[in-house]
Design a protein around this ligand. Structure first.
Ligand SMILES: Cc1cc2nc3c(=O)[nH]c(=O)nc-3n(C[C@H](O)[C@H](O)[C@H](O)COP(=O)(O)OP(=O)(O)OC[C@H]3O[C@@H](n4cnc5c(N)ncnc54)[C@H](O)[C@@H]3O)c2cc1C
Length: 380
């Protein structure tokens, strides 16, 4: 049974920054849409990241469309400030968010989609935007012997604070921002080695007094694909370089094997350790699209700039490197969402709602405002 008794223009799956950014654009165009999320409030997975997380981009480059990030524009907001910003963003723009609604399947039916939720409700829509996050499925490499390890073994997504590791020997795996941030703060209370496949690529956070992100803007490099083809640099104010140079933080080439109480480095030496923390990245979570041709055998999403290759009416926002290096960041996601709009509007006109979305937004008799109010009632 269709929960709303009507066909929506768009269902957005996921109410993190990506879902909110596309919702803002849908709202500007007066579309009839709904954000579904398994979590109870908007903001996505920011609230689940480690406590000390601080944005690598300054506030002035970390905003979604239509609302500046509050506070010092040159400052680097903390995790909880991001959560607050996103919650307020959804509330202020009255974006129709229905929490507690995990989507389990999206099925194409003629010109519409049927979106099925775990709680049994279904929704019909002419288009679907998957904004379910590129960083929600933790990835850990398959290292020989890992299962035999008797100490603490976790992915960085489960790491919260350093206190639990006080006085321990810890190996942190990974060469990107999370690995270095976590290893650095752990080094205050524990003996830490960073194990990386490649050298850590430290890049100055500020150059000639300006933030790295300002340079990306001035040079227009942020709009190129070239940048997204490079490995992610670790932005450094100088503290990581110093910690590595002084040995406060050690870096070693990735271990080859795990033993019950340690790891074996490439030269054969054994390093005893109490804990292994894998900051080895994530994969997109698109498990709710199994019946649609959206990924190849290697799991790569079949899309171009956010438009699904083989499923008309299906779009993505927030995939890593979807259009450029900033696609899965606060900074880039709003632009990517806006880029999709002309194509999404054309699709809606093609599949024929009785009025075009633009006509409907000009016609108060269509009752769109009333529909919005009814979404809000359901989500509260
Ligand atoms: C450790 C870490 C540090 C980061 N640091 C930065 C940073 O400094 N600056 C920056 O700009 N970016 C950073 N990012 C990248 C990115 O901005 C965040 O990951 C951000 O949370 C991505 O937002 P999102 O909306 O795409 O996805 P998410 O925040 O993951 O939100 C996805 C939403 O979709 C929902 N969802 C998923 N599946 C379903 C389903 N089947 N049905 C219903 N709902 C569903 C989830 O509940 C969630 O609310 C970082 C990422 C990580 C992992």
């Amino acid at each position: 049974m269709n929960e709303l008794g009507r066909v929506l223009d768009v269902v957005v799956i996921g109410g993190g920054q990506a879902g909110l950014a596309i919702a803002w654009h849908l709202q500007q165009h007066g579309l009839d849409y709904l954000i579904l999320d398994e979590q109870t409030s908007p903001g996505g997975n920011w609230r689940n990241y480690y406590e000390s997380l601080q944005l690598f981009s300054p506030a002035e480059y970390s905003a979604l469309p239509g609302r500046a990030f509050p506070g010092n524009p040159k400052g680097y907001p903390l995790r909880d400030e991001v959560v607050q910003y996103l919650e307020k963003y959804a509330a202020e723009f009255q974006l129709p968010f229905q929490g507690g609604t995990g989507v389990v399947a999206v099925v194409q039916k003629d010109k519409t989609f049927e979106v099925r939720a775990a709680n049994g409700s279904t929704f019909a829509a002419r288009a679907v935007v998957a904004a379910s996050g590129g960083f929600s499925r933790p990835y850990m490499p398959d290292v020989p012997g890992l299962k035999s390890f008797s100490g603490t073994c976790l992915h960085s997504s489960a790491y919260r604070t350093p206190e639990a590791f006080a006085g321990q020997r810890v190996v942190v795996v990974g060469a990107a921002n999370s690995a270095v941030q976590i290893a650095y703060e752990l080094a205050n209370v524990a003996q830490v080695v960073l194990a990386t496949r490649e050298k850590i690529r430290l890049f100055p956070q500020r150059i000639l007094g300006l933030d790295f992100h300002t340079w990306l803007k001035f040079t227009r490099l942020e709009h190129t694909r070239w940048l997204s083809d490079q490995s992610t640099p670790v932005l450094d104010t100088g503290k990581y370089r110093k910690a590595l140079d002084t040995g406060r933080l050690q870096r070693k080439a990735m271990f080859q094997q795990v033993l019950p109480d340690g790891v074996v480095w490439p030269d054969g030496t054994i390093h005893q350790t109490d804990a292994l923390i894998f900051a080895t990245g994530f994969r997109p979570n698109l498990a709710f699209l199994p019946q649609l041709p959206v990924a190849d055998r290697q799991g790569r999403v079949l899309q171009q700039d956010g438009v699904a290759d083989q499923v008309p009416g299906l779009y993505f926002v927030g995939l890593p490197k979807q259009r450029n290096f900033a696609s899965a960041t606060l900074r880039g996601v709003g632009t990517d969402a806006g880029y999709l709009m002309p194509q999404l509007l054309r699709h809606l006109e093609r599949v024929g709602s009785t009025e075009t979305p633009v006509q409907r937004s000009r016609n108060p008799a269509s009752g769109l405002q009333g529909k919005r109010a009814s979404h809000r009632r359901q989500s509260s």
